[in-house]
Design a binder for this molecule. Structure first.
Ligand code: TXA
Ligand code: MG
Length: 311
């Protein structure tokens, strides 16, 4: 951890675990450090990144929080929620990390050791998921190395990430908060806290560009992904959910069940790892069983829809 903090302070990129996925971190105050993230990921465009802070106090200093943002921060930080708020006048997060926007995306990750690392760095750490651009997000150090070995200075190995899908991104820029990306904190939990329904990502006042997490084809395995499969063909591999077998799944080339018990949290935690495993088999198609669109199912289905988008 000492070495990782020193590298980050020196402007290098280091991958580290969070409760959602592994992030590829760099000093968010240093544009040349942030530029190294885009180079390592081969990300074609400069999309705005999430700045990670060790605690809510440090995050509150970088942005302007209205009542809704304050309430969400108090309820869900540390945790899998990213808040997009207007940048504070003294905001240290550089233009490149913010993609030149007047707003800033802030998050306080849950794991104590991740926050200890951030505290040691002493500056906001910009971190997108630690995968090559367009690939499935990493939920283990091995996934990070599979994509980025030789391109990054280090990866801190914290085992498998417990949540397994990225943070929920909510914009609090005046008016009703907007859900920009479903993720590890459910819509239901956010709306219960706010007492109102979240608005959708687009609106007349939308000042955010469509970010990487909002691009249609983002989480892209090599295989074609077929959603809401009613059955599985022999040449396909199957991604299953729940106790009921899909017809044909037993005769397919391979099958993985995200959660035989039908538990959406377990399914989210296994999603990216399962996609990588099934993709590694080399079948032309991954057939995916229907997954309910409630709770964490909203984030799971969002990632699966992106994985299935034409590219
Ligand atoms: O769980 C996560 O959020 C992971 C871990 C590493 O923390 N990070 C992550 O970062 O997923 P990334 O860069 O893949 O996703 C950042 C998301 C994108 O959807 C981006 O468009 C949005 O946050 N975003 C960042 N800044 C924004 C801004 N100023 N306005 C609107 N959206 C913004
Ligand atoms: Mg990503």
């Amino acid at each position: 951890m000492e070495a990782a903090a020193a590298l980050l302070r020196a402007g290098q990129v280091v991958a580290f675990p969070t409760e959602t996925v592994y992030g590829l971190g760099a000093d968010a105050t240093d544009p040349s450090a942030v530029a190294r993230i885009f180079t390592a990921k081969e990300r074609p465009r400069f999309n705005p990144l999430i700045a990670h802070l060790p605690d809510a106090e440090a995050a509150l200093a970088e942005g302007v929080f209205d009542d809704a943002a304050r309430s969400l921060a108090a309820a869900f930080w540390p945790g899998a929620l990213t808040l997009v708020v207007p940048a504070a006048p003294g905001c240290r997060i550089c233009d490149l990390a913010r993609a030149g926007l007047p707003s800033v995306a802030l998050r306080v990750p849950a794991p104590e050791r991740t926050r200890a690392l951030l505290a040691r760095v002493g500056r906001p750490v910009a971190a997108p998921s630690a995968n090559r651009s367009g690939r499935v997000s990493p939920t283990s150090a091995a996934h990070v190395l599979a994509d980025l070995d030789g391109r990054i200075m280090a990866v801190l190995d914290g085992g498998e990430t417990p949540v397994g899908v990225e943070s929920t991104v909510v914009a609090c820029l005046g008016g009703t908060p907007r859900l920009l990306r479903p993720g590890g904190i459910t819509r239901e939990a956010l709306e219960a806290r706010l007492g109102v329904a979240l608005a959708g990502p687009e609106g007349p006042d939308a000042i955010h560009p469509v970010g990487p997490g909002l691009l249609a084809s983002h989480y892209a395995p090599r295989a074609q992904v077929r959603l809401d499969a009613a059955s599985v063909a022999p040449e396909e591999v199957a991604l299953l959910f729940g106790p009921d077998p899909l017809p044909g799944a037993d005769a397919a080339r391979a099958r993985l069940n995200l959660s035989p018990a039908g538990d959406l949290a377990e399914a989210a935690a296994r999603l990216f790892s399962a996609l990588r495993q099934l993709d590694g088999i080399g079948a032309p198609v991954i057939a995916v069983a229907p997954i309910p669109e409630r709770g964490l199912g909203e984030a799971i289905n969002d990632r699966l829809r992106r994985a299935s988008a034409p590219r």
